[in-house]
Design a protein. Structure first.
Ligand SMILES: Cc1cc2nc3c(=O)[nH]c(=O)nc-3n(C[C@H](O)[C@H](O)[C@H](O)COP(=O)(O)OP(=O)(O)OC[C@H]3O[C@@H](n4cnc5c(N)ncnc54)[C@H](O)[C@@H]3O)c2cc1C
Ligand SMILES: *[C@@H]1O[C@H](CO)[C@@H](O)[C@H](O)[C@H]1NC(C)=O
Ligand SMILES: *[C@@H]1O[C@H](CO)[C@@H](O)[C@H](O)[C@H]1NC(C)=O
Ligand SMILES: *[C@@H]1O[C@H](CO)[C@@H](O)[C@H](O)[C@H]1NC(C)=O
Ligand SMILES: *[C@@H]1O[C@H](CO)[C@@H](O)[C@H](O)[C@H]1NC(C)=O
Ligand SMILES: *[C@@H]1O[C@H](CO)[C@@H](O)[C@H](O)[C@H]1NC(C)=O
Ligand SMILES: *[C@@H]1O[C@H](CO)[C@@H](O)[C@H](O)[C@H]1NC(C)=O
Ligand SMILES: *[C@@H]1O[C@H](CO)[C@@H](O)[C@H](O)[C@H]1NC(C)=O
Ligand SMILES: *[C@@H]1O[C@H](CO)[C@@H](O)[C@H](O)[C@H]1NC(C)=O
Ligand SMILES: *[C@@H]1O[C@H](CO)[C@@H](O)[C@H](O)[C@H]1NC(C)=O
Ligand SMILES: *[C@@H]1O[C@H](CO)[C@@H](O)[C@H](O)[C@H]1NC(C)=O
Ligand SMILES: *[C@@H]1O[C@H](CO)[C@@H](O)[C@H](O)[C@H]1NC(C)=O
Ligand SMILES: *[C@@H]1O[C@H](CO)[C@@H](O)[C@H](O)[C@H]1NC(C)=O
Length: 666
């Protein structure tokens, strides 16, 4: 926010000063406010960024604070704000523990723009000053395609339009999300929709571009005290709009990029190399650091997905999961700003409940993670294989499906060998299908070992008359293999909806249950769905810690995603009607063959029935109790998050729950 004007306080009484928008301020007080750049002088005192640089540069577990973490908000800083008679300084104060003023009645909503209780422009402006000028007023990414924000630009609009499916433009934008369906398909670039106006839709009103922990603390305190919806955005990858929210203040963690290798982390549970990373670190960054440092890290497949944000909070599956488990299983310590505004460290010995919940209990639920310290893994060789097959004059649909069915016989052997595979099955025409392996990923295996592992399935394919021509790669480190075989993710679609299931290994117990599983999957592809699936396990022989990761992950050997396409330019009711087929019909076939299993919250259907069981399993009761304990004022909300059943968003259509309404209590 640009600060250029000067203004004065309006005295309500000798002791109390009330903020007013600069335009309304009247000179009835002797208190003089002088504005210079980003500082405000109140008489002789200066209203500067509210923060101190702490002298203790280690966290509770002895790891060095990241640069962002050395700058904190303390009681003394808050006391100084009060001392300089900063009106409503209590808006920025830590939680006083008094929940008696909370309106918990059904239908009571978070304060929304336009409400009498919405902070005045002047309050936002003072907030900006306390943040050191890091408050951003939202301008949607594609605003240049419209006149509403006063920045119409045909060339800029073309650039946004052309790059819309490229995740980089969304991750570097303060508010854009990669699945626009849930921000309400508002302000889309011209190829996707032609609206008369560019509206904020489900985008937040303001964003704090965070570079210090003090800014996160101020934002948490301000949103809590002003009863404003709070959202956290890291990269915006979330499948279900969890990093969007109308009328919200958003905390944007993208620039928290520190990566520090700790050569010898020592704790009761673990001694060895670790890496500490800021909340904004992305896959391509941690993998590059790991290559340079001669180690490996358990991160995601997508190039630009965050590592320490929503990915880890949801559990985090990785090309190394069959070997080492989930990303959340590697965590040694988490630094976090809790809903009361305090900055704490959670480890197996400190804040243990929080530590448990933050590893798998979901993003934007228990606080804002500022950094994560995780175990590193040894540098390792990786073998990759890419191949495909399809129906043709010689390969009938039946033969094609027999080839895919044959693959299913090897899922458990393959994950037992530590491998991971990302494959798809698409319909390409009437009775025409294609299978694409992109890629088969064999960490810690030689080329020969990988070929031996694939040989039985390839023999089955040959017997069926299906020929494949695998392209193998062999690399001496994770990064080079990953970069070679996982392309930049394509995002931004408004005509695709996904749902998913973690099929349990018990479905592989015999031919009857495996055939039923396969039939259910095949049936949904025949009905028009596209299958994007991972042959993956997350229960390594070496064990895994007790954390909040969905227990369904420990049972699975197949994380399958089903996608439904529809006309993205249709109205919400029509789109919702199309989507309902995915949720109620297709996915029900998958649920019917895996009734006690679950789904991966980070790549699931926002309308998943009984999401508490599906996304959290037996952990839900404990997570819910911890949510009440750590966030009694319900500051944090995320769709399908723990405790989200107590909230709704106004104006939603069933099967297309968007973030462009008010957040209210059920
Ligand atoms: C193309 C693509 C590829 C993917 N690949 C993988 C994969 O290989 N493995 C896998 O497990 N998942 C994968 N995902 C899913 C991914 O894990 C989720 O989208 C995840 O939510 C992304 O987290 P983020 O922080 O990058 O994104 P965001 O959308 O910014 O955040 C997601 C959620 O986490 C919250 N959050 C973010 N940062 C913080 C923080 N610091 N503190 C508290 N809450 C926070 C947000 O509020 C939001 O609720 C992929 C997704 C896409 C679109
Ligand atoms: C404002 O300052 C003037 C001059 O110093 C003084 O006479 C007056 O009492 C002050 N008013 C208030 C409300 O403090
Ligand atoms: C800050 O204010 C001073 C004095 O008015 C001015 O000289 C300087 O250029 C300003 N700096 C910025 C970054 O605006
Ligand atoms: C300060 O550092 C020590 C380790 O030197 C650590 O034990 C302690 O918890 C730290 N204090 C705070 C407030 O982080
Ligand atoms: C509080 O204000 C006093 C007096 O201006 C100053 O010396 C001190 O450094 C301030 N403390 C903090 C934490 O800002
Ligand atoms: C994508 O964005 C970049 C940066 O804005 C721009 O230079 C480029 O032209 C855009 N690409 C296309 C295809 O428009
Ligand atoms: C995505 O955008 C980035 C940044 O502009 C660019 O470097 C990259 O080549 C683009 N990728 C694709 C696949 O368009
Ligand atoms: C677009 O904005 C104009 C000017 O504010 C308004 O008159 C018009 O009704 C808006 N159109 C839609 C579709 O909301
Ligand atoms: C299809 O089968 C015929 C007869 O067996 C054979 O001659 C031909 O090469 C096959 N085509 C392909 C693409 O495999
Ligand atoms: C990697 O391979 C080596 C050599 O076969 C083996 O000793 C080691 O246990 C493997 N690592 C894992 C995690 O399986
Ligand atoms: C096959 O496995 C399923 C699931 O484990 C089990 O319920 C069923 O009894 C088994 N059926 C046969 C014929 O073994
Ligand atoms: C499972 O399916 C295969 C091939 O589709 C079939 O040959 C086999 O008889 C089936 N087994 C059972 C127990 O249904
Ligand atoms: C730490 O070790 C204890 C026993 O040694 C185990 O019960 C606990 O689950 C471990 N915690 C983590 C986070 O690994």
């Amino acid at each position: 926010m640009a600060v250029s004007s000067s203004c004065r306080w309006l005295a309500a009484s000798a002791a109390t000063l009330i903020f007013l928008a600069p335009a309304l301020a009247q000179d009835t007080s002797n208190t003089t406010i002088t504005v210079q750049n980003t500082t405000v002088a109140v008489d002789a005192s200066t209203l500067a960024p509210a923060a101190v640089t702490v002298s203790n540069t280690t966290t509770g577990d002895g790891t060095p604070l990241t640069a962002a973490e050395t700058v904190q908000l303390t009681d003394e800083v808050i006391a100084n704000l009060t001392d300089i008679a900063l009106a409503n300084a209590s808006l920025f104060a830590f939680d006083d523990g008094d929940a008696s003023t909370l309106d918990k009645r059904s239908g009571s909503c978070k304060v929304f723009p336009g409400d009498a209780a919405w902070p005045s422009t002047f309050v936002w402006w003072v907030f900006d000053l306390l943040l050191g000028g890091n408050l951003i007023t939202t301008v949607p990414l594609a605003a240049s395609c419209y006149n509403d924000f006063g920045d119409y630009s045909a060339s800029e609009c073309t650039s946004v339009d052309d790059n819309w499916t490229n995740s980089t433009i969304h991750m570097s934008d303060p508010t854009s999300v990669m699945w626009p369906l849930y921000q309400g398909r508002t302000c889309m670039p011209t190829s996707y929709a032609t609206y008369e106006n560019c509206t904020l839709g489900g985008y937040p009103s303001y964003v704090v571009n965070v570079s210090t922990v003090s800014q996160i603390q101020l934002a948490v305190n301000f949103a809590r005290n002003a009863n404003i919806r709070l959202v956290v955005k890291n990269t915006g990858h979330d499948f279900n709009g969890k990093s969007a929210g109308a009328g919200a203040l958003s905390i944007w963690t993208h620039h928290l990029k520190d990566i520090t290798v700790i050569p010898n982390y020592v704790s009761k549970n673990y001694t060895g190399q670790a890496v500490k990373m800021g909340a904004g670190v992305q896959a391509f960054e941690i993998y590059a650091a790991a290559k340079a440092g001669g180690f490996s890290v358990v991160g995601g497949e997508g190039r630009t997905v965050g590592v320490a944000g929503g990915f880890l909070a949801g559990g985090g599956h990785s090309p190394l999961s069959s070997l080492y488990g989930m990303a959340a299983d590697q965590v040694l310590a988490i630094d976090v700003v809790t809903p009361d505004g305090r900055f704490v460290t959670a480890t197996p010995e400190l804040n243990t409940d929080l530590f448990w919940a933050l590893r798998g209990g979901g993003g934007s639920t228990f606080g804002v993670v500022t950094s994560v310290t995780s175990k590193t893994k040894p540098k390792m060789q990786v073998t990759t294989a890419q191949f495909s097959f399809a129906t043709s004059t010689n390969v009938t649909a039946d033969i094609f499906w027999a080839g895919v069915r044959a693959y299913f016989n090897y899922f458990i052997d393959n994950t037992d060998a530590g491998t991971y595979a990302y494959f798809s099955v698409f319909t390409t025409g009437t009775d025409s299908y294609s299978f694409n392996m992109a890629p088969f990923w064999a960490p810690n295996l030689t080329l020969a070992e990988t070929q031996t592992l694939l040989a039985p399935w390839f023999a089955d394919l040959a017997d069926l008359g299906i020929s494949v021509s695998p392209v193998y790669g062999h690399y001496d480190n994770f990064y080079d293999a990953w970069w070679a075989v996982f392309p930049l993710e394509t995002v931004g679609s408004t005509s695709l909806k996904t749902a998913s299931r973690l099929f349990p290994k018990s479905n592989w117990a015999n031919d009857t249950s495996l055939n039923a599983t396969f039939s259910a999957i095949k049936s949904t592809v025949l009905a028009g769905g596209s299958l994007l699936a991972f042959n993956i396990a997350a229960a390594p022989a070496a064990g895994y810690p007790d954390n909040a990761v969905n227990p369904a992950w420990r049972e699975t050997c197949l994380h399958a995603i089903l996608a439904l396409g529809f006309d993205g330019t249709a109205n919400s009711t029509t789109v919702a009607s199309s989507i309902s087929v995915l949720t109620t019909d297709w996915m029900q076939q998958w649920r019917d063959v895996s009734p006690t299993a679950g789904a991966y919250m980070s790549e699931a259907d926002i309308s998943e029935p009984n999401f508490q069981q599906a996304f959290y399993g037996t952990n839900y009761a404990r997570l819910y109790a911890l949510k009440q304990q750590f966030d009694p004022k319900s500051l944090f909300y995320a769709p399908t998050g723990v405790g989200s059943e107590e909230w709704y968003i106004t104006g939603q259509v069933d099967y297309l729950p968007t973030q462009d309404g008010r957040l209210c209590r059920v």
